[in-house]
Ligand binder design. Structure first.
Ligand code: GLN
Length: 486
């Protein structure tokens, strides 16, 4: 294990010269060498990059709030070192010519990058089983999935291979794997973090965010990565709060909203309901009031998401044709159309093809109004539901995932059952608001399987979410449990 396995502990230990950045980087690389052959969280590991970055910290050439902290990046964030594969054959050999803004910001804050983590191909999925290369395993139970699509980032942190990691969340891909791996994951408000250099899946829903163990770490990461970027026109020009000084303050008069539509959602595991209601009891004991709210269009969330996201994906992924970008077939072709279609047939996996076909269909003439425009109308209704609910409460509490981690192979043959994993997470992206998952207990008979509590807040309520989650973490110790990965 890392001697200091949280962001603040690692940074402070380096500052106090209890450990050097190079020593910590070596510990992280050793841990990866030891456990990643089993967990398989990483697509690529960069010992030379990590040690060089650590040396710069030790030599005083780089400093900042993340100085010397080993961090893993989801493999859909562009870096000029190594590859950016999106876990797709299409980009197996892609060397990005530029660096994502978030990667630049982390680097400027002193971070040490150890490697890039596995995901469902192009971030489409909830288990990492759609990766073209391999499935990542859940560090709590190797027979189970880590969730997805940022399963590699969640598992890398949970298994102690880094002190924090970064993922992207289009419909739950940070929060759901965080829940299944027993760590915290935040999807910031749409526009809070620049998407420049994140390989696009569904541009109106995508947002980048951190995985950490605790809220001091989350605040530190958010303070570094948030803010306006002239290279992403959707990044909002709002000042970045000092999350790290605000995070420790409890919220007086906290009102927790419970949405009956979330409680009635089909397929919630009983251990999940129990853990979430116990978490709400913890808030009651801390003096919060619990209020009923209604999100009447929740039932349409999955349907709207699985039209909007594929429509945007079909358009974003058009660039991978073997000419502009991506894998090119080596077969003999007779014309450009055949070159495109063979390259795409070889480069994309089944789930990505399914999304492209659904999206192209829903956007085609004659169907556009019936599917895409309708889904956008539902989007407005869902957004309005949240606006109204947040008049009555400060945050909404619900499960992150209806079940704990499922077994590898359990849902991979049934796309619809996989899509239903996203019932509590997609509406947050549809509405563009902020959502956070924190560990709140365990299910499981033979092995403990983590459960996540999701806290949803209005746009730009990150400070509040961190404070509310911080109150819970000071009162409980779920976030201090670690899986036993030998
Ligand atoms: N599971 C969802 C999907 O497959 C969400 C993915 C994500 O957030 N990137 O689309």
């Amino acid at each position: 294990m890392l001697a200091f396995d949280t962001v603040v502990a690692a940074r402070d230990a380096i500052r106090a010269k209890k450990v050097s950045a190079v020593e910590l980087a070596r510990q992280s690389l050793d841990r990866i060498a030891k456990v990643d052959p089993k967990v398989r969280a990483f697509n690529s590991v960069y010992p030379e990059v990590a040690l060089q970055m650590a040396r710069e910290v030790d030599e005083g050439k780089r400093s900042g709030p993340l100085a010397g902290v080993p961090i893993a990046l989801k493999d859909n964030l562009c870096t000029t070192f190594g590859t950016t594969t999106c876990s797709s054959r299409m980009l197996a050999n892609f060397h990005a010519p530029y660096t994502a803004t978030i990667v630049q910001k982390l680097e400027a804050a002193g971070a040490v990058f150890v490697g890039k983590t596995n995901l469902d191909e192009f971030a489409m999925g909830s288990s990492t089983e759609n990766s073209a290369t391999h499935t990542t395993r859940n560090p709590w139970d190797m027979e189970r999935v880590p969730g997805g699509s940022s399963g590699g980032s969640a598992a890398a942190l949970a298994a102690g291979m880094c002190c924090a990691s970064v993922g992207s969340d289009t419909g739950g891909s940070i929060r759901q794997p965080a829940a299944l791996c027993g760590v915290a994951g935040l999807k910031p408000t749409y526009g809070r973090v620049s998407r420049y250099g994140l390989v696009a899946f569904a541009s109106s829903l995508d947002q980048i965010g951190p995985f950490t163990w605790n809220m001091a770490d989350m605040a530190t990461m958010m303070e570094v990565i948030s803010g306006h970027d002239r290279r992403d026109a959707t990044s909002v020009n709002e000042p970045v709060p000092q999350y790290s000084t605000e995070v420790g303050k409890p919220l007086a008069g906290l009102r927790i909203g419970i949405a009956k539509e979330f409680q009635l959602a089909a397929g919630i595991d009983s251990a999940v309901s129990k853990a979430v209601s116990e978490a709400i009891d913890v808030y009651r004991k801390l003096g919060a009031s619990v209020v009923d709210v209604s999100l009447p269009h929740t039932d349409y969330g999955i349907a709207a998401y699985y039209v909007i996201a594929p429509c945007e994906a079909s358009s974003n992924l058009a660039r991978y044709d073997g000419v502009h970008f991506g894998h090119r077939t080596s077969e003999k072709v007779s014309d450009i159309v055949e070159l495109f279609s063979r390259s795409r047939a070889e480069g994309f996996g089944d789930e990505v093809k399914r999304r492209i076909m659904i999206g192209t269909y829903a956007l085609s003439s004659g169907y556009y109004d019936a599917y895409y425009v309708r889904a956008l109308k539902v989007r407005t209704l869902i957004k309005r539901d949240f606006d109204q609910a947040f008049e009555k409460c400060d945050v909404i509490a619900c499960p992150t995932s209806p079940t704990p981690a499922f077994k590898v192979g359990e849902k991979s043959g049934d796309p619809l059952s996989m899509y239903l994993c996203d019932v509590f997470t997609v509406t947050c992206n549809i509405a563009g608001i902020a959502g956070l998952s924190i560990p709140c207990g365990f299910a499981g008979v033979t092995k403990p399987l983590p459960i996540g509590l999701q806290l949803l807040g209005p746009a730009f309520s990150e400070t509040r979410l961190l404070q509310v989650a911080g109150m819970y973490q000071r009162a409980t110790d779920w976030h201090q449990r670690r899986p036993n990965v030998a």
